[in-house]
Design a protein around this ligand. Sequence first.
Ligand SMILES: [Zn+2]
Length: 393
Amino acid sequence: MIHADFALRHAGQLATMLPNADEPLGRIRDGALAAREGRVVWIGEDRRLEGEVDLDGDLLDAAGACVIPGLVDAHTHPVFAGSREDEFAERVSGAAYPAQQSGERGIARTVRATRDADAATLLRLTEARANRFLVNGTTTIEAKTGYGLDLTHEAKSFDVLRQLAARLPLRIVPTFLGAHVVPPATDRAAYLRALTEEMLPTFKAQAIFCDAWCDEPAFTPAETRAILRRAKALGYQLRIHAAQLAPGEGPEIAAELGARSADHLEFATPVLCPGANFTTHGPRPPIEAMRDARLPMAIASDLNPGTSNSESLPYAMSLACVAWGISPLEALRGATLHPARSLGLEGLAGCLRPGSFADCIVLDVETPEAIPYYVGVNRVLQTVAGGVVWRPS
Ligand SMILES: [Zn+2]
């Protein structure tokens, strides 16, 4: 007998997301799983559960609903204060996103508001977003800083992420995004110096990844190379915001420096961010070319105050299907397996198997492939993180 402290039964369809000979989703009908100390220890058909698992703990009855791994969002900017709803309104009446980035507007405005917010306020705002991730079925996020943009305020952002990780079961993979933009009223050369000589070494202990935005109005290819080379030398793993607003060298830099992910990529080679693409009227990314090249496309919310104020991956999946022609199966992999891989969590998150995190969601859908079909409606009934049923506080 396998000992467990949590079990889930009667999943009408349980998608492990690990394909087998007959099943691209590794689907188990009337499935069950058991966990101990936050990890899956058993998974199979419900009728075998009682004979094979000795449960001393909580039992969740999915009552025929679908169960899939907790969603993994590989690109989010959750630590910010302030709102830019007026910029959204301007864009829907025709303003272009780059034109909103001058002076004290756009990202600079969020930097100002984030610096002005005290630590408790910033924690409260970010915690509300973290709760919305869990409500919408996301159990792992990559979380970028990048609205502090100096030693003090980037440290405040990292503190918020650390406190959140202690308060909520959401798994948070921190990324230092000091190379978001040059902050307002700051000398460019002085900022690049502070970034590479002070901030990058200081935040190595707090972040797994370093990210840089290689595009107008952020950093040039030469600056991006210098920042990411320094980050790599310090031991960071790399991510890059590339080719969001215009074609550029970002994807090449990503390949050259061995980045774990290249994000946006609406002009080139993939963490895809359909929400930001949608609200900035961006071009369609080269989905067919990525598919032909067998690139593991991930889909992210890109939660941020400027272009995608949404924690919902199911919504991003719907957009990717409807606007870009991603198939529901590709969207499912893009919100589980592939982003987990881009975060270095393959086999642990984004799939269900013995040894993986016991992170799963129960959904009111007929099949897992139906998730993007329910556009803009949250069909998540329960979120389980680390073998514990999460309840909003
Ligand atoms: Zn982003």
